[in-house]
Design a protein around this ligand. Structure first.
Ligand code: NDP
Length: 331
């Protein structure tokens, strides 16, 4: 199934050929990461009876990390999975209707907005909160999947601390890679920056920062062949020098991906303003999009911070924006 097939819902039929049932809700929230659940907690407490569809990855990106130590309020840390279960429970406690299901089509051409779920039913909503997140890009190696959460990470700010004093590698040549490498250099003994081209794509300022950090070594014109390790996690990476064709093994404990993110906004692009990468544009200091009653929060609108706490904060903003919108419109 193509999750991001633009609008097909107007056939009015579900997969079995019968008419799609239509349900009307006041607030529909798409996504179940920290942004989605925080929006749910706030709108539920405002008696707006929100409905959350969890999406393709219930709990969002945090469920792919191990320990979360930087979310305020957890002095001993918490696993990503536990935190998301707690957020879900908290949202349900105030009456949020959390459902398993994926948005497969959208029609934002007129109000009420219409979202098709699992190609089977249509949910009409007065206010729509999009919290569908972003997906970190991975290289697509089997070994990368095998060691996800055991040495392979796509977030240095989240997981860097576990590699204090150790040697790590970051793959990528853009601003994120440069930023993550610099951040890790403050914690780790040595950081290898693996760049497939002969130059960095990162901004001049970031390049200078990388160049002036003594414990970062840039390996230009190297690609990742395999991540190696054992039951206790990653212990090395095999790189191919694309100039010589030779392989080299580098001993590392952590392997960080910084090759870009993909905001999950395809479904909404026909109606919403996005930047060139696809991040949904919102008004300054607001979660309002270019459409009244449509709000975006969390990583689907955030190419910069991408933290659970910032996502949760913008989820709160989206809930308040939605509540005010509904109040003003007297829905
Ligand atoms: P980018 O798309 O800018 O860079 C991705 C990097 O990953 C490129 O160097 C690319 O290589 C490399 N890459 C992609 N696929 C692979 C692969 N399969 N194998 C090896 N390398 C790969 O993404 P970023 O996340 O760095 O940045 C996204 C946007 O966010 C940019 O506009 C950036 O400027 C911005 N940003 C700004 C920051 C700031 O202002 N502080 C901080 C972070 C991001 P190649 O160059 O060969 O294509």
């Amino acid at each position: 199934m193509n999750l991001f097939t633009p609008l097909n819902s107007e056939s009015g039929k579900n997969l079995s050929g019968s008419p799609k049932p239509v349900e009307h809700v006041r607030v529909l929230i798409l996504g179940s990461g920290p942004a989605g659940y925080t929006a749910a907690i706030y709108t539920a407490r405002a008696n707006l009876n929100p409905v959350v569809y969890e999406g393709i990855e219930p709990g969002g990106q945090l469920t792919t990390t191990t320990e979360v130590e930087n979310f305020p309020g957890y002095p001993d840390g918490v696993t990503g999975t536990q935190m998301m279960e707690d957020l879900k429970k908290q949202a349900e406690r105030f009456g949020t209707d959390v459902r398993f299901g994926i948005a497969t089509a959208a029609d934002l051409s007129s109000m009420p907005y219409r979202i098709t779920i699992d190609d089977e039913k249509v949910v009409e909503t007065d206010a729509l909160i999009i919290a569908t997140g972003a997906t970190a890009k991975y290289l697509g190696l089997e070994s990368e999947n095998k060691f996800k959460g055991q040495g392979v990470s796509a977030c240095a700010t989240c997981d860097g601390f576990f590699y204090k004093g150790k040697d790590v590698a970051v793959v990528g040549g853009g601003d994120t890679a440069a930023e993550e490498a610099t951040y890790l250099a403050g914690l780790c003994r040595k950081v290898y920056l693996i760049v497939r081209k002969s130059y960095l794509r990162a901004s001049k300022a970031m390049q200078e920062k990388v160049a002036s950090t003594p414990n970062i070594e840039i390996l230009f014109e190297h690609t990742t062949k395999e991540i190696v390790g054992d039951q206790s996690g990653v212990n090395g990476v095999i790189l191919t020098n694309t100039k010589t064709g030779k392989d080299v093994k580098v001993d590392i404990s952590g392997f960080f991906l910084a090759i870009g993110h993909h905001p999950n906004s395809e479904l909404f692009k026909p109606w919403l303003d996005t930047d060139e990468v696809g991040y949904i544009k919102t008004l300054p200091d607001s979660t309002k999009t270019n459409l009244p009653g449509v709000f975006a929060c969390g990583d689907v609108r955030d190419p910069h911070y991408r933290q659970a706490i910032t996502a949760a904060g913008s989820g709160c903003m989206a809930a308040i924006d939605a509540e005010r919108y509904l109040g003003e419109r007297k829905f």
